[in-house]
Design a binder for this molecule. Structure first.
Ligand SMILES: Cc1cc2nc3c(=O)[nH]c(=O)nc-3n(C[C@H](O)[C@H](O)[C@H](O)COP(=O)(O)OP(=O)(O)OC[C@H]3O[C@@H](n4cnc5c(N)ncnc54)[C@H](O)[C@@H]3O)c2cc1C
Length: 389
């Protein structure tokens, strides 16, 4: 079943390669890990070895230098094949902060090793328990002490920290009462966790409704070299923001992939399952929700492509990246809900993988940015409505 003409027109060879790779990681693989809440190390290793996680790294730093659309095609296909790219997607785009704002020394030190898979940059420490979405209110501090910074505080929802060598960290370097705007005085650091883990850095896993390897992390007088600072001190919030459009587009592509997986499953089952002597799909009460979910997915897919096109052309794409993320997350939840309904009782059975995929895709209504905050952005920055917070 061909769910979209984009698949034939955009990176068909890459999609085919990803499909072949994903075929080695069928539903049973993910089910077993999901039950044990284990990290899909073999899957992430395979993606890394095949070079799929380094497509955004320029060739001069050892990557393949492909654009955001290629990365989106990879992650969309991973999801559409029933796998979970949430275990690896950060390795693709977190390095963008180093690429855009790091020094040449940092780029040479990290990017080729990340491209080879020798270094894992999978952890991104921004969210804190007290500040939540209000990033400017974060409390973790980094205080300069000679040729080092001393970090104290706590992050929450730092995903994959246990499966990463490096962490991109946002911390306050100038006290809140000494800066004009609360988003000033924050700095970005590239932290080598291998040197501090289990000492001044403590990582505690958080068990969640889906298998996402997320954690809370505690910094207790954690000393990091001053050379870990990325860009200029006090400008870290801007550096983090600059990576967000790419992240939104890629997560949106994952949601489009999820929606395709759900819709394919719904269609197959609605054709095959016979009740009252005919396929359930012959009932419009069954087929219409599937058709509606398909239409929502296609609309979201168009917005993902538009956002990626603008991003690659170096044009502003904040509105499109945000809309893509919201529309795609809505489309995947709608398609997932419809898939459960289409399967009746079997939609809840683990062996069908639907309930697992539904739990996984539900996350994207909240992370990496919640739907309300996207609507606030559109209302204020696109439509010119009064700021709500
Ligand atoms: C599994 C998982 C993995 C994650 N991974 C990472 C990670 O790797 N790194 C990282 O830094 N963070 C990560 N996050 C954090 C994620 O980005 C946040 O959960 C998300 O941004 C929402 O923040 P919060 O949970 O603090 O919710 P809050 O900010 O407390 O908001 C709670 C609710 O209130 C709503 N709300 C808040 N303010 C407003 C407002 N002004 N107007 C309207 N509605 C509002 C929100 O939309 C939300 O629905 C992860 C989260 C989860 C659950």
């Amino acid at each position: 079943m061909d769910l979209s003409r984009f698949e034939a027109d955009h990176f068909p060879e890459i999609r085919e390669g990803v499909r072949r790779l994903c075929a080695q990681f069928p539903g049973e693989y993910w089910r077993r890990l999901d039950a044990a809440r284990e990290y899909p190390t073999a899957f992430v290793d395979a993606l890394t070895r095949a070079g799929y996680l380094s497509v955004l790294i320029p060739e001069e730093y050892g990557g393949s230098g492909l654009g955001l659309s290629a990365a989106a095609a990879i992650l969309e296909t991973v999801q559409a094949e029933g796998c979970n790219g949430g275990s690896a997607h950060a390795q693709m785009y977190t390095m963008g902060t180093i690429l855009r704002h790091g020094s040449e020394d940092q780029k040479r030190a990290y990017l080729p090793a990340i491209a080879r898979g020798d270094l894992r940059l999978q952890a991104f420490g921004v969210t804190e328990p007290t500040s939540g979405t209000d990033t400017g209110a974060l409390r973790t501090t980094a205080v300069r002490d000679g040729d080092a910074y001393v970090v104290n505080g706590q992050k929450i929802w730092t995903s994959r920290a246990e499966h990463s060598d490096l962490m991109l960290l946002l911390a306050r370097t100038t006290p809140r009462d000494q800066v004009a705007k609360k988003t000033d005085g924050l700095s970005t650091f590239i932290v080598d966790m291998r040197e501090v883990r289990g000492k001044s850095l403590t990582i505690r896993p958080i068990r969640t409704m889906m298998n996402h390897a997320t954690t809370e992390v505690f910094f207790d007088n954690m000393r990091i070299p001053a050379s870990a600072l990325v860009g200029e001190e006090g400008k870290g919030f801007r550096y983090i923001l600059s990576g967000m459009n790419a992240e939104r587009v890629l997560i949106a592509a994952e949601c489009v992939g999820d929606a395709k997986w759900f819709t394919r499953r719904s269609v197959d089952y609605a054709k095959a399952r016979e009740v009252f002597g005919r396929p359930i799909g012959a009932n419009q009460g069954v087929s219409f929700p599937i058709a509606r979910a398909y239409a929502m997915m296609r609309a979201a897919e168009l917005m993902v492509h538009e956002a990626a096109r603008l991003y690659e052309a170096g044009q502003p794409c904040g509105a499109e990246a945000n809309m893509a993320k919201m529309l795609a997350a809505d489309a995947s939840v709608e398609a997932g809900n419809t898939c459960i309904q289409t399967h009746g009782g079997f939609g809840f059975a683990e062996e069908y993988d639907i309930e697992r995929k539904f739990r996984e895709t539900r996350l994207y209504q909240v992370a990496p940015i919640s739907t309300n905050l996207i609507l606030s952005y559109l209302a204020e920055h696109v439509l010119g409505l009064p700021r709500s917070y």
